[in-house]
Design a protein around this ligand. Structure first.
Ligand SMILES: Cc1ncc(COP(=O)(O)O)c(C=O)c1O
Length: 406
């Protein structure tokens, strides 16, 4: 039997009767949109994360988009983020006609490096790309899209106002929030936490969803807490922002249904997805522990192998282990490992083969290879092995032998 990269079927076998019960309840009451399960989930997850407000929405991408809209980010604004992430983290910035200012990662955590972010802010302030690579300096290169994509006009860097940082907790590991919170505070920036991969993680005993002005997560099926389709959530301590987010997710609704006080989206979570998530939450803390144990076992088996760098455990942070990602010595070493994995029918993945600053969709920013060396080097060496709570220890041993070529 082949080893799944993520085993959702195993989890479903364990939970199927609870999930069916919850779904049946929705089918019975029939409130498919904004049914009672939505509020129940919001209450349960805000208390799980130790924050005040949770606003359920249609996806992690929409959670980020709603957040930027609630903070009124738009043309002329610069938003700092990492180029080593899923496209959504930066896509939402460009969609609102603000400008993503990429900041390289710390090669150990794979997360945005706060010291590089400080340099980027200095470069923006002095309008000096010699301090840190900035968008727009190598000339405007329109990307190949049409419509909104083609609408990106030349970036006037002298007019960019830094407004926010979107930090991304890659693979489930929280960023350095002491440094990022201090930096955002010092420069009067909003901190938006992209916790799409890190729901369930901890930074000094606090959830990243309780940090920043707004935190966003995703319930895409492969995420640590996944639903059976798309879903996401925004978290905040600020009741005004929570109210804005609630309005924006329903077309900018005001006091009543046909009172629209601002432009918004249709970005609600389906009641059925909330029903699934409520069932999954019952075993989520246990699953987090199972993921952590699987990661520890991988590290025991793989640490010290020539050329291999295993992910680091931090005493002050607990990853949600959305992925178990490690580095090969170089691209050739990685290809040799992939050949062996393939020959042994073991799945793997590369998150992410191309940093965002080198992708066509972001070519209009004018970045070039070499702008973010840590992200580029990591992209050429990283790979992820099967990771889920139900990973068989014997399978892990077999996988490790294949990686090690024993
Ligand atoms: C870091 C990051 N941000 C945002 C998203 C977007 O989430 P969704 O797929 O729910 O829209 C993802 C999803 O993969 C992600 O990994």
């Amino acid at each position: 039997m082949s080893i799944p990269f993520i085993d959702l079927k195993h989890q479903h076998r364990r939970l199927s009767s609870r999930i069916r019960e919850n779904i049946d309840r929705v089918l019975k009451h029939g409130a498919y949109v904004m049914g009672p399960e939505i509020e129940k989930l919001e209450q349960e997850l805000s208390s799980f994360c130790g924050t005040d407000h949770a606003v359920a929405c249609s996806s992690g991408t929409d959670a980020l988009l709603l957040s930027l809209m609630a903070l009124d980010v738009g043309p002329g604004d610069a938003v700092l983020t990492t180029p080593f992430t899923f496209c959504a983290s930066a896509e939402v910035i460009s969609l609102l006609q603000a400008v993503p200012v990429f900041v390289d990662i710390d090669p150990v955590t794979f997360n945005l490096d706060p010291s590089q972010a400080a340099k980027a802010l200095q470069a923006l302030d002095k309008n000096d790309p010699g301090i840190h690579p900035l968008p727009g300096y190598r000339g405007h290169k329109p990307n190949s899209g049409s419509g909104r994509n083609a609408a990106h006009s030349a970036i006037n860097t002298s007019k960019l106002t830094p407004r926010a940082i979107i930090s991304v907790d890659l693979f489930g590991l929280p960023c350095d929030y002491d440094a990022l919170t201090a930096l955002a505070g010092e420069h009067g920036l909003w901190l938006i936490v992209d916790a799409a991969q890190s729901f369930g993680s901890l930074h000094q005993e606090r959830s990243p969803c309780a940090m920043g002005n707004i935190s966003c997560t995703s319930f895409f099926p492969a995420k640590p807490l996944g639903c059976y389709g798309d879903g996401g959530m925004c978290f905040t301590r600020d009741s005004k922002l929570a109210e804005l987010l609630r309005s924006l997710r329903v077309h900018g609704q005001g006091q009543s249904r046909y009172d629209n006080v601002r432009l918004g989206l249709n970005a609600r979570m389906d009641t059925l997805q909330a029903a699934v998530l409520l069932a999954k939450m019952e075993i989520f803390p246990e699953e987090l522990d199972m993921r952590r144990k699987a990661a520890m076992k991988y590290n025991r088996l793989l640490s010290g192998l020539p050329g291999i760098v295993t992910p680091k455990f931090f005493p002050d942070r607990q990853s949600a282990w959305a992925q178990y990602s490690l580095l090969a010595g170089d691209k050739t070493h990685r290809s040799r490992i992939f050949n062996r994995l393939k020959a042994n029918n073991i799945p793997w993945a590369v998150y992410y083969p191309q940093p965002l600053h080198l992708q066509t969709a972001f070519s209009y920013l004018g970045y070039i290879p070499g702008d973010f060396p840590a992200s580029e080097d990591t992209a050429s060496r990283i790979f992820s092995l099967p990771m889920h709570p139900y990973l068989d220890p014997g399978d892990q041993e077999m996988i490790a032998k294949v990686v090690a070529d024993l």
